[in-house]
Design a protein around this ligand. Structure first.
Ligand code: DCP
Ligand code: MG
Ligand code: MG
Length: 360
């Protein structure tokens, strides 16, 4: 029996690529997406930058002031629009979930897919990864990088070596050579403190790390971290891909202006519900509870829920409840809403319809 076949998918320069997507005129120029803290005009940090901006040295986490100092006059600075990136992310995660039921979203732009039951060998894994890259490109017009190997650690490292738009397969027999020259402190899972300690011990590469005995590693780093380093340096990682089941699907938006206008709330709720239901359906699930939520001008959050008689994935049926929820909400909560959202929960597997996986 062959070992596991795990893919790690990470979208390239994600927030910045999303911005290029909706503003094609930005393509080719350095783009810097910023999270402004609002204290002074330029206080805050760079969230991410596209590869043109990275070429001139602008990176995630850098203070905006510093990025502006090294930026040329053609560099574009944008304020992060998290809601937009999250909506793109959710669609891509749904798409990824259609390839395997064992899928773990690891951050807004990355996921692990256990393909062991979907393909029979690493060539199959490579073909599947290419298929996934093409699907993300044709449906969302975004590029990603994928690593394929026998475990999460190697796949995560493999996805990182050929960015952007990369695909790297590390077969089990290649794992040792693949990791050997990498900086030991950059093994995924090594934190800052461990990284510093490794460098104090004169350990630079993963190959250096391999020459340290498990006893010494355990003494220096504690038994669990010590053993983890011992195994990781040899490309061994037993971590399972956790297909945490989702408990709810929702979307929240910021209203153009604070309001309690019934028709504005109902129209937005209906539009958001439509997006949410489409995702639930794409994941072959049904739901029973529908919620309307509002965040008031004073930032307090309020919710109204209602359950349907049975599980459904029918938008019309759920949409009929929305005006009722909005009316109840408005009658119970005085004041204007700043943000609003909808959520469906109480999920169940859609047994009426086979998932792609059942046909594999
Ligand atoms: N992010 C952030 N602050 C950080 C790191 C990341 O706000 N310090 C956000 C912006 C990124 C997104 O998370 O677009 C995904 O993070 P990644 O580390 O995957 O970085 P990118 O996708 O931007 O670039 P890469 O092409 O290297 O994956
Ligand atoms: Mg990324
Ligand atoms: Mg990422």
């Amino acid at each position: 029996m062959p070992g596991r076949i795990i893919a790690h998918v990470d979208l390239d320069y994600f927030y910045a690529q999303c911005e290029e997507l909706r503003r094609p005129e930005l393509k080719g120029r350095p783009v810097v997406v910023c999270i402004y803290s609002g204290r002074t005009e330029d206080s805050g940090a760079v969230s991410t930058s596209n590869y043109e901006a990275r070429k001139i040295g602008i990176r995630s986490g850098m203070p905006i002031v510093q990025a502006k100092r090294i930026a040329g006059s053609n560099t574009v600075f944008l304020s992060a629009d998290i809601e937009y990136y999250e909506s793109v992310s959710e669609r891509i995660m749904s798409l990824l979930r259609s390839y395997t039921p064992v899928m773990e979203q690891a951050s807004v732009d990355e996921a692990y897919l256990d393909l062991s039951e979907v393909v029979s060998d690493f060539d199959g894994g490579e073909r599947k990864a290419r298929e996934i890259k093409n699907a993300i490109l044709s449906s969302e017009h975004l590029t990603c990088s994928i690593g394929v190997s026998s475990n999460k650690l190697l796949s995560k490292m493999a996805a990182g070596v050929s960015k952007p738009d990369g695909l790297t397969v590390v077969r089990p027999e290649e794992a040792l050579d693949f990791l050997a020259p990498m900086p030991a402190g950059k093994l995924f899972g090594v934190g800052r403190v461990t990284e510093r300690r490794l460098s104090e011990m004169g350990i630079q590469t993963v190959e250096d790390l391999r020459s340290v005995s498990p006893e010494i590693l355990k003494k220096q780093f504690g038994s669990s971290m010590g053993m983890w380093l011992y195994n990781a340096s040899r490309g061994v990682d037993e971590e399972q891909v956790m297909d945490r089941k989702r408990e709810q699907y929702g979307r929240i938006i910021t209203l153009k202006e604070d309001t309690r206008d019934r028709s504005v709330l109902v129209d937005n709720a209906s539009r958001l519900l439509n997006e949410v239901v489409r995702q639930v359906k794409a994941d072959a699930l049904r739901f029973k509870t529908v919620s309307f939520l509002g965040i008031m001008s004073d930032l307090s959050a309020r919710t109204k829920n209602r359950s349907l008689p049975d599980f459904t994935d029918d938008f019309e049926q759920a949409a009929r409840i929305m005006p009722i929820l909005v009316d109840e909400f408005l009658s119970e909560h005085p004041g204007n809403l700043r943000r609003m959202g909808v959520k469906v929960s109480n999920l169940s597997e859609d047994r009426g319809q086979k998932s792609l996986f059942d046909f594999a």
